[in-house]
Structure formats: structure tokens, C-alpha cells
Design a protein around this ligand. Structure first.
Ligand code: COA
Length: 273
């Protein structure tokens, strides 16, 4: 727990929250610094299996802090601007390649710079009541900090272009239809739905999850042949961390006949440490 980031670890789920509700959780340099410290502290803890990122109050995050991140740093010169950018991008990058599965639980406003951590999370669930916007055009800049890239990565091109140029918001439901998030549910059900997803992830082989999420991100930018080769090598590298996992999965299906991979996961509690 820090000034700007709240954390609870409950039943192996780390509930990390942007914690500047009075400022709609916009990201100032202090938050960006503290968020990196918090997620790094959680990353290899044995009592944490999944990380959920949400926001205190009515916002998920209203993007970058126009005062402390943009205006005040501009007044201090290029060095200050670059330092602030690196601080923000550092924790989004850490999250994109995080050891544990990550879920964005978008409870409210999600604007501009917020698309960086949104994309960094492996999965995203929104409240139907949430509002998503590339509001940069409304105050006179382009969607930077990765936001333009996120829009084109997650949305079809015409939808991304409309979203970026028009400065109109999408509801949680519309964001799900456009591909920005996996699903939208009423706010009152959001935490339960995310908890249920976490429970599924917690029952799966954690090495396989890390290898899978990295693979999905990496292959997007590869040719088919490069991807095929990368996937062979990534699986063989994963085998060195998780020597017994896949063998146990195979054993329970072929020998014990206790489950079917097509219908659910093997029992990882029977696996040797
Ligand atoms: N940067 C700096 N301050 C922000 C902020 C941001 N991105 N978003 C909200 N705040 C501040 C407001 O200035 C206000 O501060 P004050 O209480 O000192 O006056 C406080 O947070 C509450 O915001 P307010 O606008 O009164 O809340 P609201 O619930 O009526 O509206 C938003 C919420 C998110 C629609 C509105 O705050 C907004 O448009 N924020 C900017 C969003 C944006 O363009 N972000 C992109 C940045 S890349």
C-alpha cells in the first residue's frame, strides 16, 4: 500500500488499485513510480497467482495527469518530460511481460494514457457503465503513450480511426463489441465475474500460462515460420522450468483417465513441486 496505489492480496489474487479517486485516478509521476514498485514486489510472491488492476472510486484511470505529467514537466524542459514518460512506460512494460496472469477490471472512466495499462493486462473486463475514450483529440494532442497503437492492436482499423478522431466515448458494452475488453457486465457483478476468471486461471499450470501469454504477444508480429520456430523454442524453454507439469497432465489423461483436456484442466495439486 502506498499513497497512490492500494493493494489487497486475498486468496492468491492481488487486487491492485489506482488510488487517486479525487483526481479520477489520473497517472502522475508519483503514481507511476509507486505502481512499478508495487507490481515488482508482488510479481514473484508465492502467495500471489493473479494480478487484477482496478481503480478506487468512479474511475479506472482518467489517463495521464494533465497538470503534473504534462504541463508541469513541459515547464521544466525536455529532460523532465522524458523522465516522466520513462516512468510511466516502465510499469506498463513490466506488466505486459508479467510473470503472473493480469486482468484489467475497468470499473469506470478509462481515458488516453489508461490504454497503456489496459493493453498491458492479458485480459480485460469492464463495467457496462464504464466509459472509454481517446480524449486526446478533445484537448489538442494525438493519442500518445502507446494509446494509438493500442487502439489499432485491439480494434478494427475503421473503428480505431473513428475512436481516435471523433473523441466520442464508448460504454463498457461498446468497448467489448469493439474488442477493447473481453466482456462487459453490470458494475455490481464485475468483481464476481473477475474473481471467477481468476479462480480458473489459478487452477492452471502457472508456467504454461506465462509461456502462453508471452507467446500470444510475441507471435502477433512474426511471420508464420518465425512463429512456428519461436513456439518450439518457447515450449522447450518452459520445459526446463516446469519439468513435470505437462507430464502430469498427460498422465492424468492417458493413464489415470481422471479428466479430459478438451473439457477442463488437470489437477495441479497432484503435481510434484
Ligand atoms: N489530469 C489531471 N487532472 C484530472 C484528470 C487528468 N487526466 N482527470 C481528472 N482530473 C481532476 C480534475 O481536474 C478534478 O480536479 P479538482 O477537483 O482539483 O478540480 C478532479 O480530477 C475531478 O475531476 P472532474 O472533472 O471534476 O470529475 P468528473 O467525474 O466530473 O469527470 C472525467 C471525470 C474523467 C470525465 C474528467 O475528469 C475528464 O475529462 N478528465 C480528463 C480525461 C482525459 O482527457 N484524460 C486523457 C489524458 S491523456
Amino acid at each position: 500500500m502506498t499513497d497512490t496505489v492500494a493493494v489487497d492480496v486475498i486468496d492468491r489474487i492481488a487486487w491492485v488499485r489506482f488510488n487517486r479517486p479525487d483526481k479520477r485516478n489520473c497517472m502522475n509521476p508519483t503514481l507511476n513510480r509507486q505502481m512499478l514498485e508495487v507490481i515488482e514486489e508482488l510479481e514473484f510472491r508465492p502467495d500471489v497467482g493473479v494480478l487484477v488492476l482496478s481503480g478506487e472510486g468512479s474511475a479506472w484511470s482518467a489517463g495521464m495527469d494533465l497538470k503534473e505529467y504534462f504541463r508541469e514537466n513541459e515547464g521544466k524542459g525536455l529532460g523532465a518530460t522524458r523522465a516522466a514518460q520513462r516512468q510511466a512506460y516502465a510499469w506498463w512494460e513490466r506488466l505486459r511481460w508479467y510473470q503472473k496472469p493480469t486482468i484489467a477490471m475497468v470499473n469506470g472512466w478509462c481515458f488516453g494514457g489508461g490504454y497503456g495499462p489496459l493493453f498491458a493486462c492479458d485480459l480485460a473486463f469492464a463495467a457496462e457503465e464504464a466509459q472509454f475514450g481517446l480524449s486526446e483529440i478533445n484537448w489538442g494532442i494525438l493519442p500518445g503513450g502507446g494509446a494509438s497503437k493500442v487502439a489499432t492492436e485491439l480494434m478494427p482499423f475503421r473503428k480505431a480511426m473513428y475512436h481516435a478522431m471523433m473523441g466520442e466515448n464508448l460504454s463498457g458494452k461498446e468497448a467489448a463489441e469493439a474488442g477493447l475488453v473481453n466482456e462487459a457486465v453490470p458494475l455490481a457483478q464485475l468483481r464476481d465475474r473477475v474473481t471467477a476468471v481468476c479462480e480458473v486461471l489459478l487452477a492452471k499450470n502457472p508456467w504454461a500460462l506465462k509461456a502462453t501469454k508471452d507467446a500470444l504477444r510475441r507471435v502477433r508480429e512474426m511471420t508464420y515460420d518465425n512463429a512456428e520456430d519461436y513456439l518450439i523454442r518457447a515450449q522447450e524453454a518452459a520445459n526446463s522450468f516446469d519439468g513435470e507439469g505437462r507430464k502430469e497432465g498427460t498422465r492424468q489423461f492417458l493413464d489415470e483417465k481422471s479428466y479430459k483436456p478438451g473439457l477442463g484442466a488437470y489437477d495441479i495439486s497432484k503435481q510434484k513441486a
